[in-house]
Design a protein around this ligand. Sequence first.
Ligand SMILES: Cc1ncc(COP(=O)(O)O)c(C=O)c1O
Length: 397
Amino acid sequence: MKPLSRAVAKAERSQTLALSALARKLYSEGVDVVTLTAGEPDFPTPFHIKEAAKKAIEQNFTTYTHNAGISELRQAIVEKFSRDNDLHFDSSQILVSNGAKHSLYNTLKAICNKGDEIIIPSPYWVSYPQMVALVDAKPVFVQTTEADGFKLTAAQLRRAVTKKTKALLFCTPANPTGSVYSQEEIEALARVVEEADIYVIADEIYEKVIYNGAKHFSMGSIPAVRDHVITVNGVSKAYSMTGWRIGFLGARKDIVAAAEKVQSQITSNASSISQYAALAALMGPEDELRTMAAEFLRRRDFIYRAITSIPGICCHHPQGAFYVFPNVSAYVGRTFGGKRMNSGDDIAQFLLDEEKVVVVPGSGFGSRDHVRISYACSMRELEKAAERLQRGFKKLQ
Ligand SMILES: Cc1ncc(COP(=O)(O)O)c(C=O)c1O
């Protein structure tokens, strides 16, 4: 039989989704497993958003919509970008898609030719390199360091740019490190972007999950690079709406038109009902967002203290998103039950086998020295997790 697609064969499945599925399976089999893999808030979607969706069904808003999204939602996104991000679009510059993931893929498909290079600061979100590979472009990783707060510097970006560079994939607040770039750091990167004349795909999905007075800044608000930046955001993380699948982007008209063309032939519009729910989210009160962010802060402080109290573990102090990314390399080389820990991945497996606690191995994010812990779970689960992690690492000492 004829072979299937080489590009797809080379791409990997999402490790995070696979681990979440494994955790669900163990749980359904009655195993007392603590899962720290979730890439989604554990709060219910706010009431007024759910009501808007019910109303949309009752009013029969159940047909195809404009491919780019209903006009009211695109207008609400225009206002959101202007209000929160100092980004000024008209509604023809907005494309609503099936989650920010879809927005990112549509963008890559719209701008990339075979062999184009996309710069990805490492550690990175698991899906970036896979998406880049799926559009036949080439991921170029730039290693950031814990000492630099896992942030790409302007000098590193300058060194990474070649004639083939098409874009920088830029995420702040970042998954998996929780790093948040300051305005000055972003301005320094923007100067290189302008000089090199490359695009920036700015993934701002964690914009609302930010702590300690850190302020989110959008690179697209810098006039000199406004036309270079494609800003991607969505309602998944901010409004606890991961299952509704609404993401969006704002960009230069021709980029949006190209991304919209891709979407028109692949999925058409995002769910009509979810679009009305997203409209209610963007137009509604924000007090529940603040409650969620305050709760995430409490949990971050707890798990950060617990993890850094384990001898040998150091951990970048996250300022946003809902992950900690501890460096467990001090435990590489240790053995347990005759098995040597060769990397963070082995340690993640050991923690699952021995302590029934599921963390995501760092290799999927570009580091074999780390594991990712999500604190998007209840305080009770986190307390249980902390106990198990402390006990687990003790067994390796
Ligand atoms: C950095 C980053 N970007 C984008 C997404 C995708 O979000 P959505 O659920 O809107 O597709 C995620 C989800 O985990 C993420 O972590």
